[in-house]
Design a protein around this ligand. Structure first.
Ligand code: SAM
Length: 317
C-alpha cells in the first residue's frame, strides 16, 4: 500500500489522522486487494488507502450519510446548490466576493463570525428541525453548516442536534478544493461507506478483507465524537477480542491508539495487558505524533500522549 500524496477529507474530523498519514503508511501492507477502515470518522485514512476495494465503517449515521451524499455528487452541480444555500441564508462568500468585502464585520481574531452569526443560527435551526436528516437537503445543509462552524467541526448533542457554534471561516477556496478532490477520489476509487457499530459486525462483513485499519476512540483521551456514545472498557475489550479473532483468520490489522499519558501517569491497562499477552505475535510501533492546536489537542500535548500503531505483522521492507 502506498500513499503517493495525502488528501484531506472534506470533513474536518476530531482526531483525524491526516498529519500522521505518511508515518502510518510506512507500516501498511502493500498489494492489498480489499481493506477496511473501521472507525473511519471523516474518512481521511479511507480516501488515502491504496487498494482495489475499500470499506469505510463508522457508527455515526450523520457522518456516514454525509460522506455517501458527497461521494455521489457532481462537483459543479453541488457547488451551485451550496452557493445558493449560502445566498439564501445571507452567509459570507469570501471565495466569490473576496475577504476584504467583509472587513467592516471582522472583529479581532473572529474572522467572519460576526457577519455569519444570524444566518448560521437560522441554518442550524432549520437543519435541526428537519424531520428526516438523510435527505439531499439535510445533507447539503449539514455540509454548509460545517463549512461555517467553529473549526469546521461536526458534532451532535444527545438529542441528535448539530451543536457547534459559528466559526471564523466560510466556504472558502480551501473547503472547495477539499470537496472537489474528495468527489474526484470517490470517482476513481472503489470506496463503500457503511454505518455500523463494530460490535454488530459478523464474520461475513470481513469477507475477503486482507487488511483492516482500526482507529477507535482512545480509552484514555477525551475526544467526543458524538454525545450519544461513550467509549469504555467494555468497548475496548470487545474490539481487542475481535482483532484477535480476525488475526486468527489471517487478516492483517493495524490498530492506532495511545498507551499512556506520561505526565499524568495514566495508562491504558487493558491495552498493555493485551500487548503483553500477545508478545511476539503483535508489534508495537511508535508514531511520532504532535496534534495541532484546539482544546482537545492541547490536552494531548500536556499529557504527552504517545501515539502507537499495533500491528499483527512485521513492517514490509
Ligand atoms: C478516532 S475517530 C476516527 C477518526 C478517523 N480515523 C479520521 O481520520 O477521521 C473514532 C471514530 O469511531 C467511531 N465510533 C465510536 N464508537 C464506535 C462503535 N461502537 N462502532 C463503530 N464506530 C464507532 C466514532 O464515530 C468516530 O468517528
Amino acid at each position: 500500500m502506498c500513499l503517493t500524496q495525502a488528501y484531506k477529507s472534506p470533513i474536518n474530523y476530531t482526531g483525524n489522522k491526516y498529519r500522521i498519514l505518511p508515518q502510518l503508511e510506512k507500516y501498511f501492507p502493500k498489494n492489498i486487494n480489499k481493506c477496511m477502515d473501521l472507525f473511519t470518522g471523516g474518512s481521511t485514512v479511507a480516501i488515502n488507502l491504496v487498494a482495489n476495494e475499500i470499506i469505510a465503517v463508522d457508527n455515526n449515521p450523520r457522518v456516514i450519510n454525509l460522506l455517501k451524499f458527497l461521494k455521489k455528487q457532481d462537483y459543479c452541480e453541488l457547488i451551485n446548490k451550496i452557493d445558493k444555500t449560502i445566498e439564501m441564508y445571507g452567509l459570507s462568500n469570501s471565495y466569490k466576493n473576496g475577504y476584504s468585502y467583509y472587513k467592516e464585520y471582522v472583529e479581532g481574531n473572529n474572522g467572519l463570525k460576526k457577519y455569519n452569526l444570524d444566518g448560521f443560527s437560522k441554518l442550524k435551526r432549520d437543519y435541526n428541525n428537519l424531520e428526516d436528516k438523510n435527505t439531499n437537503e439535510a445533507n447539503l445543509y449539514l455540509y454548509v453548516l460545517m463549512a461555517y462552524s467553529f473549526n469546521n467541526d461536526i458534532r451532535f448533542n444527545s438529542k441528535g442536534e448539530f451543536n457547534i457554534p459559528a466559526g471564523k471561516t466560510d466556504m472558502n477556496k480551501n473547503n472547495r478544493e477539499k470537496l472537489k478532490r474528495y468527489i474526484d477520489i470517490c470517482n476513481c476509487k472503489k470506496i463503500d461507506f457503511v454505518c455500523k457499530d463494530f460490535r454488530e459486525m459478523n464474520i461475513e462483513d470481513f469477507n475477503d478483507i486482507e487488511f483492516l485499519y482500526a482507529d477507535p476512540p482512545y480509552l484514555i483521551t477525551d475526544a467526543v465524537y458524538n454525545e450519544n456514545d461513550g467509549w469504555g472498557e467494555q468497548e475496548e475489550t470487545s474490539l481487542l477480542n475481535m482483532l484477535d479473532k480476525l488475526s486468527d483468520r489471517g487478516i492483517k490489522f493495524a490498530l492506532s491508539n495511545v498507551l499512556q499519558k506520561k505526565k499524568l501517569n495514566i495508562k491504558n491497562e487493558i491495552l498493555y495487558d493485551w500487548i503483553e499477552k500477545n508478545n511476539g505475535k503483535y508489534f508495537v510501533n511508535n508514531i511520532n505524533y504532535h496534534y495541532r492546536s484546539s482544546s482537545y489537542n492541547k490536552k494531548n500535548r500536556d499529557g504527552l500522549e504517545e501515539e502507537i500503531l499495533i500491528t499483527n505483522y512485521k513492517m514490509e521492507e
